[in-house]
Design a protein around this ligand. Structure first.
Ligand code: SAH
Length: 458
């Protein structure tokens, strides 16, 4: 290690930033998160810094800069945007014995600003000693996903309860308590916004000393989104990282499973070509029995677990077995496919009714497309590719086939995504020519008729 990471005490300390433009403003934003008093040295300030000064959040000195300007500081940032001026200011700051960071001049830096994941009071600093800032940002993104936004508040709550725990529990018990707090139901409750419940759970665990024992399992039905790894929610990632076992479907991208804990069991319950399909009741049975063994179970489904995903049956079974469950929503294929086309799902003046439908209904109940497709309606058809001949035929028979626009997106948000546009008359040909196969979403849109405008010559 050429550099050594430390957390500097900032309360009651002074930070000087030399420069009045964007670079200085960037450093200001960073230091404003701390308790330090900031002084900016610059003849003029940009609009943002001027505003901060007007609000009394930073000090501003315009006079000549000497070593005395940098005396007694915790840190100095030199950020004028002019390399020559920066180098002279660096010399003055060094003459005052300050710890200096000169923007974009690593050779002149005593201290390098890390990439920061801020869940204050939990703070993660990532540094690569200037070798790979892009890697630092990637690591930051991964940590941002791992650490739920409210984690800092939970740590602060734990901090407030430390004395109580110390007065009631022996050191070993205390360690077990905090392990339980940060990986058990208190953290789950807190992460979903139920702060009071979390505080109650922790306090009662401290008072009774009962935690960790006879933990019941739970099941989270998690939406993995349409495929791309970064389209799962932060809460979904959190559940994956807590899971002891993950039961996942065919359309779940393997990259998403990489987000889970390495030692979590991963069980594929989908249908692969040539393999047997797991019947739904077998899936519900394994979910219930894993949770009864005290495991944290994730049932990972593509898209949203509440859209054509048989989440309802799994939920019923869990309810009947009295197993706590949670639904973590995901980006459903209709949203993902529309976004992939650079469009929107509902459009003012075009369609204000959105129907999610499927090409494969139970018992082959036929859809009355003519009745469904009233003007101003868009229907997103899931699992529809196999039924396109029947759908096209039914649309042709509606009497308004010429008003229907069809958009098809297969493998939305994946590298092999295909987007196609057609009409009921050209649908079969388009699907064949463009080699469209499942998974694909078909959008049928019957817009409102365009408003006729009549211009009158006066
Ligand atoms: N729960 C899922 C839907 C599961 S049903 C969701 O909310 O998206 C499976 C169907 O979803 C597929 O047949 C296809 O119609 C659609 N689908 C899933 N992933 C898709 C993707 N990446 N692109 C297009 N359609 C997709």
């Amino acid at each position: 290690m050429k550099t050594f990471p430390m957390f500097l005490q900032m309360r009651g300390r002074r930070v000087v930033i030399a420069g009045g433009g964007e670079q200085a403003a960037q450093k200001c934003r960073l230091i404003l998160k701390t308790d330090a008093a900031i002084t900016v040295l610059a003849p003029t300030l940009d609009a943002e810094l001027a505003d901060l000064h007007a609000q009394g959040r930073i000090g501003w000195q315009t006079g000549p800069i000497t070593p005395a300007s940098f005396a007694g500081t915790a840190l100095v940032f030199v950020a004028t945007g002019c390399p020559g001026l920066d180098a002279s200011l660096h010399m003055l700051a060094k003459a005052a014995g300050a710890t200096v960071n000169v923007v974009d001049q690593p050779d002149l830096c005593d201290a390098i600003t890390p990439s920061i994941v801020d869940r204050s009071p939990v703070v993660v600093a990532i540094g690569t000693e200037g070798t790979a800032p892009v890697l630092a940002r990637q690591i930051k993104t991964q940590l941002e996903q791992m650490l739920e936004p409210r984690l800092g508040d939970l740590a602060a709550l734990a901090g407030r309860l430390r004395d109580l725990a110390a007065s009631r529990l022996q050191p070993r018990m205390r360690r077990d308590l905090w392990r339980w707090v940060f990986s058990g139901p208190a953290r789950d409750a807190h992460a979903t916004g139920a702060e009071r419940d979390a505080a109650k759970l922790i306090k009662s665990a401290i008072e009774t000393g009962a935690f960790g024992a006879d933990q019941t399992g739970s099941v989270a039905l998690v939406g993995a989104g349409p495929g791309a790894k970064d389209l799962i929610t932060l809460r979904g990632v959190q559940r994956l990282q807590e899971a002891d076992v993950i039961y996942y479907d065919r359309l779940v991208d393997p990259e998403i499973l990489d987000l889970a804990r390495r030692d979590a069991d991963r069980v594929y319950v989908g249908k692969a070509p040539g393999c047997h399909h797991w019947p739904q009741d077998k899936i519900t049975n394994v979910l219930v029995s894993a949770a009864r063994q005290g495991k944290r179970v994730v049932r990972l489904k593509c898209g949203d677990p509440g859209v054509f995903a048989r989440g309802g049956e799994e939920m019923e079974a869990l309810r009947a077995a009295d197993i706590p469950y949670e639904i973590v929503p995901g980006v459903t294929a209709a949203s993902a496919a529309t976004a992939a086309m650079g469009g929107v799902l509902t459009e003012r003046g075009v369609c204000d009714k959105l129907v999610l439908s499927t090409g494969q209904t139970q018992d082959d109940r036929a859809t009355d497309w003519g009745a469904l497709l009233q003007p101003g309606t868009r229907v997103a058809i899931y699992m529809g590719v196999g039924s396109t001949p029947q759908i096209a035929q039914a649309l042709q028979a509606t009497g308004f086939a010429n008003d229907i626009q069809i958009d098809i997106v297969s493998n939305a948000q994946k590298p092999d995504q295909i987007i196609a546009h057609c009409t009921p008359a050209t649908m079969a040909q388009t699907i064949a020519e463009q080699h469209i196969s499942n998974p694909a979403i078909l959008f049928l849109t019957r817009p409102y008729p365009a408003v006729q405008t009549i211009s009158v010559a006066v």
